[in-house]
Structure formats: structure tokens, C-alpha cells
Ligand binder design. Sequence first.
Ligand SMILES: [Zn+2]
Length: 155
Amino acid sequence: MTHTPTSYPMSKDDLVDWLSGRIAEFDPDERITPLTLIAAAVDPGLGWTRADLVLRALADSGVLHSTERASVYTLRPDLPARGTGHVWFRLTNRARSAVEVVAEHPLPREPWDSDHTPVTWRCAGCPATDSVRYKTAARDAIAHAETCRGLPISV
Ligand SMILES: [Zn+2]
């Protein structure tokens, strides 16, 4: 998903309009988090706080649905908590930016046996992201969260 805006930063209302117009481009089974929006490169200056406000506004207007997990939204109200785009865990780095490990599959009962499950981890405080196997992603995300001082962009 790409966007060619005329000005940055986009206002919250502009972001809500932008996302509303493109909501059909998301996989209906996908979970959407602020980092999903940041990864979509809607606005290079978009940070966790503003992305979360945009998603919450769309949930309040019924376009998205909240899940029992904070800052995790879905397109369908009947979607179970587990599934594509499920946030397996969320850490914070040294500057309190979110670092998430996300997978297409539910968290296995024995996650440390899931050598072949592809997952992605990404940081809201810097451009760091990587798609790897779960064991590597968990280890790398934890190591990154312990060292990264990237501030959550709060505009
Ligand atoms: Zn980082």
C-alpha cells in the first residue's frame, strides 16, 4: 500500500479519510495495529500515538472493530482473537516505543518448537523490521527492545 500525499504531516482526519478509502485493500482476516499503519508508509512522520488515534477513531465509527488486545483491530466483528496478523507479543524499547512480533498464524501451544513459522518483528521507534522464523524473531525483538532508544514519534 502506497500513498503520494501533497503535504506532511497528514492530519488525523486526513489519515482517517485515507485509511477509510483503502480499508478494502486489507486482508479481511488481518489484524490491524498502529504498526500496520506505520509499515504502510502512509506518512513518513506517522508515529504510534497518532496511528493508534486513527485506528481508534475508525473503531468508534464502526469501520474497524476492537479486539480484547489493546491497539489490535479487525475488519470483521466475528473474527476470533487469533489469526492472520495476530500480535504475538509486544515489547517496549528503552524509549517506550512499541516493538511487536506479528505472525500470520495463531501462537502455537509450543512456540519454541515452531522453527518454521514465519513471523515479522518491527519497531515503532526506528525503521528496524525483519521477517524471520519465530525463534529468531523473538530473540531479535527482545535484543532490539533492550538496546533501541528510538523515540515513539508522537505526532
Ligand atoms: Zn528500534
